[in-house]
Design a protein around this ligand. Structure first.
Ligand SMILES: *Cc1c(COP(=O)(O)O)cnc(C)c1O
Length: 378
């Protein structure tokens, strides 16, 4: 029997059919499917005052977001040390300096109270990130950003289809970034999106994603292109392809099902694991979220033994993440007290979570974790 994987893509006849159609259409690049995908994202975030642009990856979206925020070489960006390497790389790409902030012990979000002490006259922006089922407290983030005159990049790569205080993620932040990579809840194979507040910023995003070309999207969205246009600024090759967008459109059509089944599996994990004293489960009811992961925290000294035990029993696990300042490249970045992040980095463990997951698989994983700790006590 194959191991139970941590991630499992939900690709079926709808995605394969749409992919085939997009390949047969004769326009492989950015075109009509990308327009449709952006429209569907717009429907999910349901915000007439926000402007969506699809790009090639979530990391590209972060890079573009930092440029739109005006982050320049020598500026500082405050970011949680508990985040994805993509965020740190994107900060480096714009030539800015990373400043590591601790995360909160309960939510694993950036600890805004600790961020206060890290603000300097070089601070230009902060990156906040929704970790899995925990959505950042944006009201608090916004108050902090306004006080210090900072741009906010909201890394919502985990939280497409989730809600904050009843508002769809993507509808309320300064600049919001999504990922649709192979393991995300909604996948395009590879893809991302940048959501901004003005048409002017959207125009900039669209230049940045296509080599700086002032190529009207309306033309490209008809599977055509303009042959004469101007280039005023440095740009990148970050546009989304029709094939990817065609798959993304089919995935968004399943969003309700994806969200409901992932939330139900997460809830079941929390119920089943409540009786295991050594396991700390996420502080979430899973009611308004589309969970990307199911994570637990266990005592540091047990984490790697538990991983090995689960592997022996045919259950794969993951680690999201190793903290940023543990990597050679970023060990010397400016940082505050990172004691919570240092502990979390040794305690965190991602369990298998899939769309349409059978609850019996959740039970099997949970029981195996229970067995590990029971054996240990015996
Ligand atoms: C996946 C992810 C990214 C990067 O997105 P890609 O599409 O893989 O480039 C960035 N931040 C977070 C929090 C992520 O989970």
């Amino acid at each position: 029997m194959n191991d139970i994987p941590v991630f499992k893509p939900l690709i079926g006849p709808d995605e394969i059919g749409a992919a085939t159609q997009s390949l047969e259409m004769g326009w492989l690049g950015m075109g009509s499917y990308v327009a449709e995908f952006e429209e569907k994202i717009g429907e999910v975030i349901n915000a007439p005052d926000r402007f969506v642009s699809a790009v090639s990856t979530g990391t590209a979206a972060l890079h573009v977001a930092l440029l739109v925020a005006g982050v320049k070489p020598g500026d500082e960006v405050i970011v949680s040390a508990f985040n994805c390497s993509a965020d740190y790389q994107a900060i480096s790409w714009v030539g800015a300096d990373i400043v590591f902030c601790d995360c909160d012990d309960d939510t694993l979000e950036m600890d805004i109270d600790k961020a206060e002490a890290l603000v300097s006259d070089k601070t230009k922006a902060i990156i906040i990130m929704d970790y899995d089922c925990i959505i950042s407290d944006y009201d608090k983030v916004e108050a902090f950003a306004n006080k210090h005159n900072l741009r906010v990049i909201h890394d919502a790569c985990h939280s497409f289809g989730s809600f904050y205080k009843g508002k769809p993620v993507g509808s309320y932040s300064d600049i919001c970034v999504f990922s649709f990579d192979p393991v995300k809840t909604i996948t395009c194979l590879d893809g991302g999106a940048v959501v901004v507040r003005t048409e002017e910023e959207q125009k900039y995003v669209r230049e940045l994603r296509l080599l700086g070309m002032q190529q009207p999207s309306e033309v490209m969205y008809q599977n055509k292109r303009a042959w004469t246009f101007d280039v005023e600024r440095v740009g990148y090759r970050y546009h989304m392809l029709n094939l990817h967008a065609a798959i993304g459109v089919q995935q968004i059509a399943k969003l309700d099902q994806i969200r409901a089944t992932r939330a139900a599996a997460s809830k079941r994990y929390s119920e089943r694991l409540a009786s295991v004293a050594q396991v700390r489960t996420p502080n979430s009811s899973f009611d308004e979220v589309n969970p990307f992961l199911y994570y637990i925290r266990v005592p540091q000294e047990d984490r790697d033994d538990l991983r090995a035990y689960l592997k022996e029993k045919g259950i794969d696990t993951g680690i999201h993440w190793q903290p940023g300042h543990w990597f050679s490249l970023w060990k010397d970045c400016r940082k505050g007290d990172l004691s919570v992040t240092d502990a979390v980095g040794h305690e965190i463990l991602s369990l298998p979570l899939h769309s349409m997951m059978e609850l019996s698989v959740v039970d099997q994983v949970s029981d195996t974790i229970g067995d590990f700790f029971a054996n240990k006590a015996a």
